[in-house]
Design a protein around this ligand. Structure first.
Ligand SMILES: NC(=O)c1ccc[n+]([C@@H]2O[C@H](COP(=O)([O-])OP(=O)(O)OC[C@H]3O[C@@H](n4cnc5c(N)ncnc54)[C@H](O)[C@@H]3O)[C@@H](O)[C@H]2O)c1
Ligand SMILES: [Zn+2]
Length: 388
């Protein structure tokens, strides 16, 4: 008989599984700061003590300049509904656009704000702005005190139909998109469709590439609906755009919450269809190409590759290209002439996901499939066709 091993006799292995009940509160409304609108007050209904806590408001400079009274209107709203809503005692204006997440400046400013205003985990940081500001501010709120409450007020089409629906927060580093970041579920997301009126037309249009993406993956009838209203959407028609934004948001949230992998532990990441090329193109352009425009180009590359592989029909491809054209999204870009530089994006994408390379391609409108190997010659061909 063997003597007990002194190195293991006191050992214990404990694999304790647990689950957490997250609530992702998402509301679409109009005129969120109107004193008669209860949407903002209602998001605190689950916490009667919220109004006794502190709050701050961070606003995207582009939004602030386009809607100069919004910040004060939101503060006034909170003061009027102070029985339910925590009142911001400081407003911080931060630079908007991708520069908000190209270094630590926004994150550091928000961390300093949180420290200065004594924001605790039960206090609230409101953030109003585009997806880039929301990503950076969300990262700061995720790491301050290991997580303070975040209420997002997305003000771009892309942030309302995709970006602000997610549970990802982060900034770019080392020339790579979203290198530094963390997963966290916000307290609430309040989308005010009226905020989209002041968006420059190119920014308004660019958000719809994410709606096309999710329709291609999940819902052929939604793709058909986008096709039907694309020309009106391209003209900044809010009535045509609203149902598309809301359907896209709902499909994104359903995938995140019910798809079985909210924190992306698996290798497959279907919501990143078209994104390996998009992220590479954004970085290669030094972020002069917007995320939405880069996604349109990334979708075209992967759809063309799917045609070249014989998975997707030419007829389906023609419809996809047609809808992107009707939305007045870019269909080509000269930076794509550098195939070798683009292909580096595949390995960066694999590294970001971890594990085996997994890219979503398309079999038909509404039918994605995962592949783990890429034919470099066909992909170069697809990139070359999209270079114009
Ligand atoms: N976290 C996620 O899950 C997720 C998902 C998708 C995209 N994103 C990120 O979102 C970012 C792109 O966000 P975006 O497309 O919203 O653009 P953006 O945040 O870069 O904003 C574009 C411009 O619009 C201005 N702006 C914002 N709202 C305005 C308004 N109402 N009126 C006038 N100007 C306004 C901004 O100041 C900025 O100059 C990218 O960094 C992308 O990686 C994140
Ligand atoms: Zn995206």
């Amino acid at each position: 008989m063997l003597a007990p091993d002194p190195t293991t006799s006191l050992a214990m292995n404990l694999d304790q599984r647990f689950t957490l009940p997250f609530v992702h509160r998402i509301r679409f409304t109009r005129h969120v700061a109107s004193l008669q609108n209860s949407a903002l007050a209602d998001i605190f209904a689950d916490d009667a003590t919220a109004s006794s806590r502190r709050a701050v408001l961070v606003i995207d400079r582009g939004l602030h300049e386009a809607a100069p009274s919004l910040a004060q209107d939101l503060v006034k709203y909170a003061q009027t509904h102070a029985a339910q809503v925590p009142v911001p005692n400081e407003v911080l204006v931060v630079d908007g656009g991708e520069r908000a997440k190209c270094d630590m400046r926004t994150v550091d400013a928000v961390l300093a704000l949180i420290e200065r205003c004594k924001i605790c985990r039960k206090s609230t940081v409101f953030v109003a702005g585009g997806g880039a500001v929301i990503d950076a501010v969300g990262f700061a709120t995720t790491i301050a005190h290991r997580g303070v409450r975040l209420v997002r007020l997305p003000s771009t089409t892309l942030a309302q139909d995709d970006g602000a629906m997610g549970v990802k927060n982060g900034i770019n580093a080392f020339g790579k998109k979203n290198f530094t970041g963390a997963f966290a579920v916000p307290w609430a997301v309040l989308c005010d469709l009226e905020l989209l009126r002041t968006l420059p037309i190119s920014a308004f249009r660019s958000g719809f590439s994410e709606a096309v993406k999710i329709a291609l993956l999940k819902d052929p009838s939604f793709f058909h609906a986008i096709e039907a209203s694309a020309a009106q959407i391209a003209e900044h028609d809010l009535e045509a755009a609203s149902p598309v934004i809301q359907r896209s948001a709902a499909l994104h949230v359903q995938h995140i919450a019910l798809g079985g992998d909210p924190f992306e532990l698996h290798e497959a990441r279907p919501l990143d269809f078209g994104h390996w090329a998009a992220h590479r193109l954004e970085a290669l352009s030094e972020y002069t190409i917007s995320h939405g425009d880069a996604v349109a180009l990334g979708l075209l590359i992967d759809c063309r590759y799917s045609v070249l592989q014989g998975w997707l029909s030419q007829a389906d491809f023609t419809r996809i290209e047609g809808v992107l054209a009707a939305l007045r999204l870019p269909l080509s870009h000269p930076l794509l002439k550098d195939h070798a530089a683009m292909l580096v994006g595949l390995e960066q994408f694999r590294e970001h996901l971890g594990g085996t390379l997994t890219i979503t391609m398309l079999r038909a409108i509404g039918v994605g499939h995962e592949v783990h190997a890429i034919d470099a010659r066909l992909l170069q061909n697809a990139i070359a066709q999209t270079a114009g």
